[in-house]
Structure formats: C-alpha cells, structure tokens
Design a protein around this ligand. Structure first.
Ligand SMILES: Cc1cc2nc3c(=O)[nH]c(=O)nc-3n(C[C@H](O)[C@H](O)[C@H](O)COP(=O)(O)O)c2cc1C
Length: 186
C-alpha cells in the first residue's frame, strides 16, 4: 500500500472485531512512531501499552468523570461499568505521552513531534489492516487516569490510541478540498 492510500483510507474506528492485536503489530506501530521528525532530536514521546487491567482502570477513571455528571446513582454506576468494560475490551490501547520541557518553544515543538509519531502509527496500522481511534480530553490529566497508565512525573499524556481490526469500514467524513484552504503566495 502506498502512503497516500493509507492516508485516504484511514478512519477513526470506534468498533473493533474480537481478534487481539499482536505484540508484533504493536511493536511495528511503535517503530513507525519513533521515526517521526523531532527538532533537536529530543525524541519526546513515551508510550504506555496498556493491558486489560490498566485499560479497565483507565476506563473506570473516565467512567467516574462521566458518572459525576449524573444525579441518579444507579445510572452513574451503569455508566462507570459501561465505560470500564468498553476500555477493557479494546483489542489494544496505547497511551501516548511526552516529556514536558521547561522551555515553551521546545514544549510546543515536542507536542507537534509526538502528534506526528501518532500519525505514523495510525498510517502503519492502516497498512496492516488495523484501525485506530485517538481520544483526548481532560481525563488524561486526572490522577486516577495517570495512575492507570503509569505516567511518570514530568510527562503529559497527549492521546489515547485504541487499536484493532475494524468491525466495519465507516464512510469518509466530508472535508474541504486543499484548494479551498490554500493560498499560493508569489
Ligand atoms: C488530536 C485529536 C484528538 C481527538 N480527540 C477525540 C476524542 O476525544 N474523542 C473522539 O471521539 N474523537 C477524537 N478524535 C478523532 C476525531 O474526532 C476524528 O479524527 C474526526 O472526527 C475525523 O474523522 P476521521 O478520523 O474518521 O477522519 C481526535 C482526533 C485528533 C486528531
């Protein structure tokens, strides 16, 4: 598969088949991740490959946050369990983190580099018949979520990448053409 085809075929995949993702597949994604460009070769990425227990704990942390918004205790418990079970069931889940530099310019560049690492991973996943979905949000700073991941002090979790064989192929979402957003400057 050529790179453009992988880019064009990638979708955010929310539903996966039951087939597990192998360690070899995960390692192939990670190897693609660490090849991303990064200024001054800071190599700011840190990856946490979560097993079923830590996936469940992360889902529980997220479920607790959703449950807090519900007045009804029974509904809150149901949400907690639903989200925990959903995360545990992901064939694979990688927390993508970065080392946080004290220098604001480096910090911004490093964040961009880590996102490019994530993009590499998503494209290699497509090439291997896998789907991915990145999720972000304030939950990633929640102490319970960080504990579930095992994130170290001085690291910021920047995305949670779920991975698996797609259950279905979602249609592409409509996008602006490149010409609509491009200015050719003389
Ligand atoms: C930085 C980033 C953060 C995202 N965070 C979330 C998220 O928290 N929850 C979610 O459902 N999707 C999230 N997404 C996925 C986008 O919603 C998705 O890429 C977009 O709808 C386009 O769909 P596609 O990926 O299938 O092309 C995120 C994507 C990016 C790049």
């Amino acid at each position: 598969m050529n790179v453009f085809d992988a880019i064009a075929q990638r979708r955010s995949i929310k539903k996966f088949q039951d087939r597990p993702v192998t360690r070899e597949e995960i390692e192939a994604l990670l190897e693609a991740g660490v090849l991303a460009p990064n200024h001054h070769l800071t190599q700011p990425w840190r990856f946490y490959v979560l097993g079923p227990e830590s996936r469940r704990a992360y889902g529980r942390a997220l479920g607790d946050r959703k449950a807090r918004k519900l007045p009804d205790a029974e509904a809150a418990n149901a949400v907690r369990e639903k989200v925990a079970a959903e995360y545990e069931a992901f064939p694979a889940l990688i927390a993508i983190a970065m080392v946080v530099s004290e220098n604001p310019e480096t910090r911004e560049e490093d964040y961009a580099a880590v996102m490019q690492a994530m993009s590499n991973m998503m494209l290699v996943a497509v090439e291997r018949g896998l789907g991915t979905h990145v999720r972000t949000g304030a939950v990633m700073e929640d102490p319970a979520a960080r504990a579930a991941i095992g994130a170290r002090d001085g690291e910021r979790v920047v995305g949670m990448l779920s991975i698996g064989v797609p259950f279905e192929a979602p249609v592409a979402k409509a996008r602006q053409g490149a010409t609509e957003v491009t200015t050719w400057v003389d």
